[in-house]
Write a protein that binds this ligand. Structure first.
Ligand code: TA6
Length: 299
């Protein structure tokens, strides 16, 4: 399978399809500048994004599963059709689906693009009786990674859905980590019975478990990894909400696919459609996009 995918989608020096952890097929993409990313067909899961100097910008747990039916812990889990708990498995079934590699390409400017798709299966129909087509496109440039997320209703009945890019960022030290850009936004605190209140902090820092959904958040949020003197700017379109999550100590100890100490070196800043699930009628479509841009913090 890997050889066939490499023959059909490999691009010498830029795109290769290899056997990843536990033999799961993985697409490795390298931009001419030296930046790179990796994406598994399992869940269309981006597990790595490195800048041109080779610094890893995403977090991936050392304890992560890489197994059929199990979500990968870190990178960008693709969440659909449900965010969080409910009638379906936590965060839905897209992140554990067997996605299909659709296309790889390089633009004139050197941008490397990989596109994957997922459609309904007997297993998903049994859980969620709707036909759908998901497309995930990852576009890599020297300093940015853009992820474009498309949902289409290919059935003959309406469906409601939530869709999130559940991105895990690597940070040198959670106690030297700051998030800017959410002041004045209404938040839902998942740790306090989903109470709603307005974020009054210009700068969000971490001193305990944090799990908040920022509703209709600004389209630009900034993560300062002060320990590494690096900034990541997150800009979004078509994705109203932002989630900020760090499990902290006790929740980390309860997660079998997450090291007890790993909360110190990660934070999730997630972008998507959460608070108001969208109803798609037959042939309806939704598109959301998030761009990550990395730069150093000027002293
Ligand atoms: O996005 C935050 C969150 O919903 C947390 O409540 C926590 O459950 C996290 O996602 C991870 O969920 P998972 O199902 O991947 O363990």
């Amino acid at each position: 399978m890997i050889n066939a995918l490499q023959a059909d989608y490999g691009i010498p020096g830029l795109v290769s399809i290899v056997s990843g952890v536990n033999g799961l097929p993985k697409v490795v993409i390298t931009h001419a500048s030296g930046s790179s990313m990796e994406i598994y067909l399992h869940g269309a899961h981006i597990t790595s994004w490195k800048d041109a100097a080779g610094h890893e910008l995403f977090f991936l747990s050392r304890e992560s599963w890489f197994a059929p039916g199990k979500p990968i812990r870190g990178g960008i889990p693709v969440i659909f059709p449900q965010f969080g708990g409910g009638v379906l498995p936590s965060h839905g079934f897209a992140r554990t689906g067997d996605w299909r590699l659709l296309k790889t390409s390089v633009s004139d400017s050197g941008r490397v693009v990989v596109e994957m798709s997922l459609t309904e299966s007997p297993e998903t129909m049994a859980m969620w009786p709707h036909k759908f087509s998901l497309k995930l496109k990852a576009l890599l440039d020297e300093q940015t990674l853009t992820v474009s997320y498309h949902v289409a209703n290919t059935g003959d009945s309406d469906f409601d859905f939530q869709a999130v890019l559940h991105t895990y960022f690597y940070v040198a030290d959670i106690s030297q980590t700051a998030i800017h850009g959410l002041k004045g936004t209404t938040l839902i605190d998942s740790l306090r019975d989903r109470v709603r209140e307005v974020e009054d902090r210009e700068v969000i820092r971490f001193s305990g478990e944090t799990d908040r959904i920022y509703v209709n958040a600004p389209d630009r949020v900034q993560l300062d990894d002060e320990g590494d003197r690096r900034t990541i700017t997150i800009t979004k379109t078509g994705m109203p909400d932002v989630v900020v999550w760090n499990p902290w100590i006790s929740k980390s100890q309860k997660m079998p696919d997450f090291g007890d100490d790993e909360y110190e070196r990660m934070v999730c800043i997630e972008t998507g459609l959460i608070d108001n699930p969208l109803c798609l009628d037959p042939k309806g479509e939704w598109q959301g996009e998030t761009t990550f841009s990395a730069s150093s913090i000027q002293s």
